[in-house]
Each structure stands twice: as structure tokens, then as C-alpha cells.
Ligand binder design. Structure first.
Ligand code: PMV
Length: 333
């Protein structure tokens, strides 16, 4: 067994949002989701299983990971050890994991999506296990729900699934990265770490929001509409549906008790800006994950004009221009 593998996995942003778990242990989503993988943001991860190594070591962005981070990685590798034992009957030793994001980890830019996609793929390959991408996505999901989507390029659907063992809760590509000429502008408004993590936020929402059932009940209609809009390459419809799902998810989080507010004044200002710009004739749509950053969807031809506008906006600390990106891939050691 060549016990080493290094891979790159890209981040993604959900167009139809995932919020809520139907099972915490297996990290099964309460709703499906649809995302676009982003070409500019990625995690580069190398995994080496070393005979005789008792514990896993983790280096994150050139520093030794702190103990909670190391444990999160190590527990995930235990899932790979379990699969390995089931298939080969043998025991995998400890691993050295070296991982780095090419974007600020603390900025709430979905680092767990690319991180667990990369770790799942590199870990399985390093263990000599050649699983289909669908199976890899089932494993990645157990690290972070959005990670299941980051294995694939372009536009990706994560299925909620029905089975208690999660074997039907996987992601798959629905459109390639070259199918639509769009850009995603990431407007960074703050580099501070988010206060409420997604798992904590989802659990609180499920336990306390009076709107949670309505959110779950209406998810399938949103997914079907987005699937159709993507098939039709109907950018206007894609944009409106993405805004709708984003606002619905944030309204849901706000309706938890105590309410979870991921936005800052800068976030709200930018949402209003996007709508004003749209009223003036440039088709731009926003979406926001569990943090204050605003992501703008636009046609490629409109990106320079939008860049110009937001470069001069004091609410914006940094702009990252990106487009639909590729799926996970092995890189040379
Ligand atoms: O994958 P997690 O546990 O980080 O949750 C992701 C939650 C959102 O980013 C807000 C929505 C999504 O579908 O990515």
C-alpha cells in the first residue's frame, strides 16, 4: 500500500441551503441542498499513515493544530480506520495530516466543506481504498454536511436521503463547471470567527424554532425549482431562487430561541446594494452562509462593473472573484 496521498478540494456555496440535521451521529441532513463549487478557494491536504505511529498529528496552515482541531480530524480518520478494518480485516496506524487553506480559515468561507472533502478523499486513497465518489461523499458528510458537495465540480446536489444508516444521503453533480458563464464575488465584511457554529445553530433551530417544520416541508419544492432552473440555464431564475433560499434560511435561524443572527450592519447594507444594483439593470443576486460575508452571483460580463462598485464600498474589506470550479483531485506530493 502506498500509504500517502495529497489532494486539493474546493470550497462551495449553497444556492439552496442546508440547515438542520435528521440525525446528529451520522450527520444526516434534514433537507437536501444544491451548491456551486468555487474555483478560487481550496484546501490542500496530505495524509500519510505511518506504521508504528500511535496517534494522529495534524498541521493546519503551517502550525500544529490545537487539541480540539486535532481531535476533530482524528475522529474523522477513525471512520476511515473502521472502513479499512471492515474491508481488509487489518488495523490502520496513526497518520500525519498536513493541511492548508488558500483562504483565511477564520473568515467564515466554508473551510469545513473543502477541508473534510479533502480529508475524506486523501485519507481513503492513502489507506489504499478505492471507493466511488458517491461513497466518498457519504464519508465526507460525516465530517461536515457541506463537505459531501465539495467532492464534485460545478453544480452539485446533496440528497437528504430517507434511510437511517445514511447510505442514500450522498452528493452528486448535476451540471459541470463549464455549463454556465457566471461569477461569484465574495465580499468579505469581517475576518472574525463566527460566534455560533453551524452544528450548534442547527440544533438550536430544530429544538426551538416554530418555523422548523415549515422549512423542512418546503425544501423539496425549492430543490425541484433550482434543478429545473439549472437544467434550463436560466440565470434569472437561479438567482431569485438562491436569494429566496438564503433569506428563508436566515429567517429560520433568527426564529430560533435565542435567535441566531449571522449578519452584521455591513451584511444588510450589501444586500440592499445588490437589490438596488439589480433595479438599475445589472443582474446580481446575493447569498450568505452562516456568517456575515455576502456572496454575489452574476453573469461573467457584469463582474467588472460590480467589482468597481464594491471596491469603493467601505463595508467591504476584501473581494474574492471566483467561478464554478472543479471537483477533488490528487496532486503530486
Ligand atoms: O456543512 P456545515 O455543517 O458547515 O453547514 C453548512 C451550512 C450552510 O453553509 C449555512 C448552508 C449550506 O448548505 O452550506
Amino acid at each position: 500500500m502506498d500509504n500517502h496521498c495529497r489532494v486539493i478540494a474546493h470550497s462551495n456555496i449553497a444556492l439552496i441551503k442546508y440547515w438542520g440535521k435528521r440525525d446528529s451521529l451520522l450527520n444526516l441532513p434534514a433537507v437536501g441542498s444544491i451548491s456551486v463549487t468555487l474555483d478560487t478557494l481550496f484546501t490542500d491536504t496530505s495524509v500519510r499513515f505511518e506504521p508504528g505511529r500511535p496517534a494522529d498529528s495534524v498541521q493546519l496552515n503551517n502550525l500544529q493544530a490545537d487539541e480540539p482541531e486535532r481531535l476533530r480530524v482524528s475522529r474523522f480518520l477513525d471512520r476511515i480506520r473502521l472502513i479499512y478494518k471492515e474491508i481488509t480485516g487489518q488495523i490502520l496506524p496513526g497518520a500525519e495530516v498536513i493541511t492548508a487553506n488558500n483562504f483565511p480559515t477564520a473568515a467564515g468561507l466554508a473551510s469545513s466543506a473543502s477541508a473534510f472533502a479533502a480529508l475524506a478523499y486523501a485519507g481513503l486513497k492513502a489507506a489504499g481504498l478505492d471507493l466511488a465518489l458517491r461513497e466518498v461523499s457519504i464519508l465526507a458528510r460525516q465530517g461536515s454536511g457541506s463537505a459531501a458537495r465539495s467532492l464534485f465540480g460545478g453544480f452539485v446536489e446533496m440528497h437528504r436521503g430517507q434511510l437511517p444508516d445514511g447510505s442514500d444521503a450522498f452528493a452528486e453533480q448535476i451540471l459541470t463547471e463549464t455549463a454556465l458563464n457566471i461569477n461569484v464575488l465574495i465580499l468579505v465584511t469581517s475576518r472574525q470567527k463566527k460566534k455560533t457554529g453551524s452544528t450548534e445553530g442547527m440544533n438550536l433551530t430544530r429544538d426551538t424554532s416554530p418555523y422548523y417544520q415549515a422549512w423542512s416541508d418546503s425544501a423539496e419544492a425549492d430543490l425541484a425549482a433550482m434543478r429545473q432552473a439549472l437544467q434550463d440555464a436560466d440565470f434569472t431564475r437561479i438567482g431569485h431562487l438562491a436569494e429566496f433560499s438564503c433569506l428563508k434560511m436566515h429567517a429560520l435561524a433568527m426564529s430560533a430561541n435565542p435567535g441566531i443572527i449571522y449578519w452584521s450592519p455591513a451584511t444588510l447594507h450589501l444586500l440592499q446594494q445588490v437589490r438596488e444594483i439589480r433595479a438599475s439593470g445589472i443582474e446580481a443576486y446575493f447569498t450568505i452562509d452562516a456568517g456575515p460575508q455576502v456572496k454575489i452571483l452574476c453573469r461573467e460580463k457584469d463582474a467588472p462593473a460590480l467589482l468597481q462598485i464594491f471596491q469603493n464600498d467601505s463595508a467591504v474589506e476584501e473581494i474574492i472573484i471566483t467561478r464554478p470550479g472543479p471537483g477533488v483531485r490528487i496532486v503530486e506530493p
